[in-house]
Design a protein around this ligand. Structure first.
Ligand code: GMT
Length: 375
């Protein structure tokens, strides 16, 4: 198959999933054309069967704001025609699904056929898409997609009810390379982070308000009263300054390590004891899955798709949003009960391998592509 993929190429989870999917499809012999404004950061070297087409946004004094959606449609049309694509697969509804819809309509005028699939990831439905001005367009682009997938059952249900849509939405969970994300020895990093043998809590994200980063610091404050512990925060974004301020205010500046954006995640995760995800909203929680695959139990909020990933009292614990007391209690329970910790760690890795292995999930996308192309 020749597949076009459009995604946000930055650090967000949807871009990671789209890129890993493209790489997996290419390794199966499919030809994959990424169409976006920048090269997805995981495509950092040559890969057979992978092509990248950069969307250039034209500037003209009259255009005070970027016309990205239209530039994207134009690039899609060019690539679909010249590369003879069978299918477009867009990740994140806004504006990608609208651009793909427009490209399909333009092609229909000249009696050419294009099918496009939209994968919903989370904030495109639960946050941005709900803005009153966007809502009708998001609903329309979902209804008009030839196929729609969602990364959790929660997100599927939310889409159908929030937008009052009657459509078959296929749930295809996010996936992980279990050979890359696996428990490994990372003594050097651990010695650096916790030189006194302290326990290590970890969180990775894009530091947006939905992630509730400051909750991780408040959890640390409580856990530290019982067990010497450090907190490693990986990533960057709008809430970083506020989090650094809180760490100083609580006199925890020596115990909270802000590492910024990092590529060597597996080493950091493997050197940690518990992954924290106290999010306000989370349709799946890819970074929690990465931790689980490394054998790290997760303590998270109970929102969105998290209960489909984190099995309470088995691979980690879940608690109400903002209930830092309970989350801290769960962390302490795990850190003080070695037998329980070991079994949770084993269960976390096993769950990642059994349900979210790339080799199980990617074929589901291929099957879905075939179904849509033949429909
Ligand atoms: O908010 C983020 O973490 C980024 C966002 C994205 O679209 O890049 O993530 C969403 O998609 C991820 C991949 O499917 C999911 O694992 C995240 O749960 C989801 N984020 C939210 O729902 C807040």
């Amino acid at each position: 198959m020749k597949i076009g993929i459009t995604c946000y190429p930055t650090y967000g989870g949807s871009g990671v999933v789209a890129t890993e999917l493209g790489l997996a499809l290419a390794s199966m012999g499919h030809q994959v054309h990424f169409i976006s404004y920048a090269i997805p950061h995981r495509l950092n070297r040559f890969f057979e069967n992978i092509f990248f087409h950069e969307v250039e946004v034209s500037s003209y004094p009259l255009f005070e704001h970027s016309l990205y959606g239209l530039s994207l449609t134009s690039k899609m049309l060019e690539v679909i025609e010249y590369e003879n694509l069978d299918l477009m697969h867009v990740h994140y509804a806004i504006p990608h699904a609208v651009s793909a819809y427009l490209a399909r309509q333009v092609l229909r005028k000249s009696k050419k056929n294009l099918k496009f699939i939209t994968t919903l990831h989370g904030t495109d439905i639960t946050l941005v898409g709900l803005e009153p001005s966007f809502m009708p367009l998001v609903k329309f682009s979902i209804e008009e997609s030839d196929g729609v997938t969602a990364v959790s059952r929660f997100l599927k249900e939310k889409t159908l009810t929030n937008y009052n849509i009657e459509k078959d939405i296929e749930v295809i969970y996010n996936f992980i390379d279990i050979d890359k994300f696996k428990p490994r020895n990372s003594d050097t990093f651990r010695k650096h982070v916790a030189p006194g043998g302290e326990k290590v809590l970890v969180h990775t994200s894009n530091f947006r308000p939905v992630k509730r980063i400051t909750d991780t610091i408040r959890i640390l404050e409580k856990v530290k009263q019982e067990i010497p512990t450090k907190l490693v925060l990986v990533g960057d974004g709008p809430d970083r300054s506020e989090s650094e301020r809180l760490a100083r205010e609580l006199d925890l500046q020596k115990d909270v390590l802000f590492l910024g954006k990092q590529d060597g995640l597996t080493e950091i995760l493997s050197a940690s004891d518990i992954f924290l995800m106290p999010s306000q909203s989370e349709s799946f929680g890819l970074s929690a899955l990465e931790a689980m695959a490394c054998g790290i139990p997760v303590v998270s909020s109970s929102v969105g798709g998290l209960p489909e990933l984190v099995i309470h009292n088995e691979t980690g614990y879940i608690a109400e949003i903002g209930d830092v007391d309970r989350m801290a209690k769960y962390v302490i329970e795990l850190l003080t009960n070695e037998k329980k910790y070991k079994s949770f760690s084993k269960n976390a890795r096993e769950r990642a391998v059994k349900h979210f292995d790339k080799n199980l999930i990617v074929p589901k996308y291929v099957e879905y592509y075939e179904k849509i192309l033949n429909s």
